[in-house]
Design a protein around this ligand. Structure first.
Ligand code: ATP
Ligand code: MG
Length: 357
């Protein structure tokens, strides 16, 4: 058979296999219900401390990139402008309350840079993996970036969700999804995928939601939160009606191209990935790698190996946890993935299994 036909066939097979790969890894509705109940229960308790407090989910439990048994990310928002609340103290009060009233294993971190409360629930029949949950205070930007990710997913769920979910599983299995061990968070990988679909692919798979301006001239174009412009075009109905990408590449093709781009084309040494603005230079952001200033230690120098601008907190490098070794490993994994997927394997299922080994 002609090699082109074989390749076509492999790509089709790869796309089908990717869908079947991620499907059984999605959370069950039972898991989602239990988690929602838990959130409601904790919210009710927290309201006894501060009546204007609300408890909201963010991260993967509501950006549509959640996997089965993933952690819950929760945040307390206090609506009463007159309530003066110190995050550290509030974490301590919540810890005492939940210790008394629930079965959770409670671990407060009130003096951390960002005070949080960690909760754990032991496994049970309804939740064979238990629950792990982090509760933060007043982190409103996290709610906004969760909504941004969700809106991107909603535009083209079949391609966007499949790619992100696969990359999350892949990065976890290949052990490059550990910010505490020098590699990158799921949030970072997700921003890489979205950057690729908005700025690298031509024609783009997704529009840049932070650049589409409202059609109605009276509408706000700057929405400020904690000193940041958190505007993005979030009118999903209009997007569904008016945005249609002329990029028809399959999810399999996009995956191969994603790996290829980050193996060979992206200039890690001097470029910054910005979902908001496209490719930027480290120099223009002041995120330079090898600051040979005596006072800075190795850790500080490692801060900007991999640079991913947060969509709203633009002075914040989401990938600041990635060390020199971490970046080397991540790039090695991109190359390995490109190799596995382009060496013309005949069965896509086997290639995916090998990829995530
Ligand atoms: P997982 O299923 O692996 O937990 P996740 O989608 O919840 O994946 P996380 O990396 O846990 O992704 O991030 C959850 C949320 O926390 C993100 O939506 C973001 O709001 C915030 N966040 C996580 N990491 C960072 C970071 N490095 N910088 C800024 N915000 C972050
Ligand atoms: Mg999470």
């Amino acid at each position: 058979m002609h090699p082109g036909v074989l390749h076509r066939r492999f790509l089709n097979d790869l796309s089908t296999s990717l869908f079947s790969f991620v499907l059984p890894l999605l959370p069950t509705s039972e898991e989602l219900n239990v988690k929602e109940e838990v959130r409601g229960l904790i919210e009710k308790l927290i309201k006894t401390l501060e009546p204007s407090a609300r408890l909201l989910s963010f991260g993967s439990s509501c950006n549509s990139f959640g996997l089965r048994n993933s952690d819950m990310d929760l945040v307390v928002l206090i609506d009463d402008p007159n309530a003066t609340i110190d995050a550290g103290n509030f974490v301590e009060s919540m810890a005492a309350l939940l210790e008394r009233e629930t079965n959770f294993n409670v671990k407060p971190l009130p003096r951390a840079r960002i005070p949080i409360l960690k909760l754990e629930l032991a496994p049970s029949p309804a939740l064979p993996f238990g629950i792990a949950c982090d509760i933060g205070i007043e982190n409103r930007l996290a709610i906004e970036n969760t909504r941004l990710l969700l809106t991107y997913a909603t535009i083209d769920p079949a391609r966007v969700r499949t790619l992100v979910l696969f990359l999350k599983v892949w990065s976890k299995r290949r052990r490059i999804n550990s910010p505490y061990r020098g590699t990158l968070s799921s949030y970072g990988f997700t921003l890489m995928v979205l950057y690729f679909l908005v700025h690298v692919k031509q024609p783009p798979v997704l529009p840049n939601l932070q650049r589409i301006m409202p059609m109605r001239p009276m509408e706000e174009e700057e929405v400020m939160l904690e000193g940041r412009n958190v505007y993005f075009f979030d009118d999903v109905e209009t997007l569904r009606r008016e945005w249609s990408s002329v990029n028809f590449e399959s999810v399999g093709e996009l995956l191969i191209d994603f790996f290829r781009f980050f193996s060979h084309d992206f200039q890690f040494n001097n470029s910054v990935l910005s979902l908001r603005a496209g490719q930027l230079t480290k120099e223009s952001k002041g995120w330079v790698n090898d600051i040979d200033v005596g006072g800075l230690n190795e850790m500080a120098r490692d801060r900007n190996r991999l640079c991913i601008e947060d969509p709203f907190e633009v002075s914040y490098n989401v990938a600041r946890t990635v060390t020199k070794d971490g970046l080397y490993t991540i790039r090695g994994e991109f190359m390995r993935a490109t190799r596995i997927l382009t060496q013309r394997p005949d069965r896509a299922v086997l290639a995916l299994a090998e990829l995530c080994r």
